[in-house]
Design a protein around this ligand. Sequence first.
Ligand code: APR
Length: 344
Amino acid sequence: MNIVVLTGAGISAESGLPTFRSGNGNWAGRSVESVCTPEALQSNPDLVCAFYDERRAEAVKAEPNAAHRALAKLEGHWRETAKGEFLLVTQNVDDLHERAGSQRVIHMHGHLNSTLCVECGWHGPRYNPLEDDRECAACGRDALRPDIVLFGEAPRHLKQIEAALEACALFVTVGTSSTVYPAAGFVEIAKACGAETHQFNIELPAGSERFDMCHLGNAGELLPEWVGELIGERPVGWNLSAEQKAAFIKEMEDCGSHSVFYCGPMAEDLRKIGLDATALPDGSLRLYDRIIQPIQPEWGEPGIYAPNVLTAAIEAHGLNIKTEMLGRGFAHRDQLEKLKTIWI
Ligand code: APR
């Protein structure tokens, strides 16, 4: 099984690096046009260089966090156990992934620790500020610029990334607002090629409904657990007792497969049988680490649909329960019967 992971600024937030679009983010109180466009580089190279010099200085002081380390661990395990290809694509320009031990990393938006010459094209490492010294080591002209993909410029290695997306069975995003394309569209490419898609974020960014599973919370807390499950280090599932399993199955049977339930009462019923369930303000249901999105029936209020709750439980326990039955009712009952044979 091939895996592609896409990370954004949110994965470095717990290392103390600002994101872009949060209240105190890089774009707060600063116009993108003034520091992150070719026009800005043309008209005021010192300002642009100073901006990235500042970010380089911040990144040097930062340390990789548990989320960076979890991805490096997943890559190592995937390679050692030959389970498939693993590719980490990051929109970040810091080097925290590499410092955490990640190896196959594509920086699609560039690097803080390198520079390139706009005159001769020379490209090389850079650790000291560019603002007051942009002389190119190769051609001697004052033409060095940050090795950062500015808005309007083409991201790096897109062909390689798209090939990996088309060949992956699991696509995961971590700490990105999914607002900047082409990265924000990667989920569609992966999904169109049959991949299962997961999103890790502290909030539900726009477009979250495109993902099969949204994991809400700090990446530094969620990723080590999720990776532990994926590589079989941590017990899969919700550690339910036999009674809870039987009660859950009865609850799903009673709900049936056609009715849509208000999130509040559904969460209450699940709590009554001892499950960790919460109705979220946006009408979705959190059941342990799973978020079940509400659906809009032909008529009436949006609500929670029992088959989606059942699917979340089946996936959370890593159970390979598939059904060929057509029709909601038949499929739901078929999966329930199969779960019964496993759980009861
Ligand atoms: N754990 C998980 N997610 C987090 C955390 C955290 N601890 N902290 C913040 N986030 C989430 C935020 O909720 C937000 O959705 O990370 C996301 C960061 O989004 P942005 O600031 O928009 O950053 P990103 O998606 O990486 O931006 C994409 O835009 O400005 C350009 O080139 C720049 O690469 C960047 C691109």
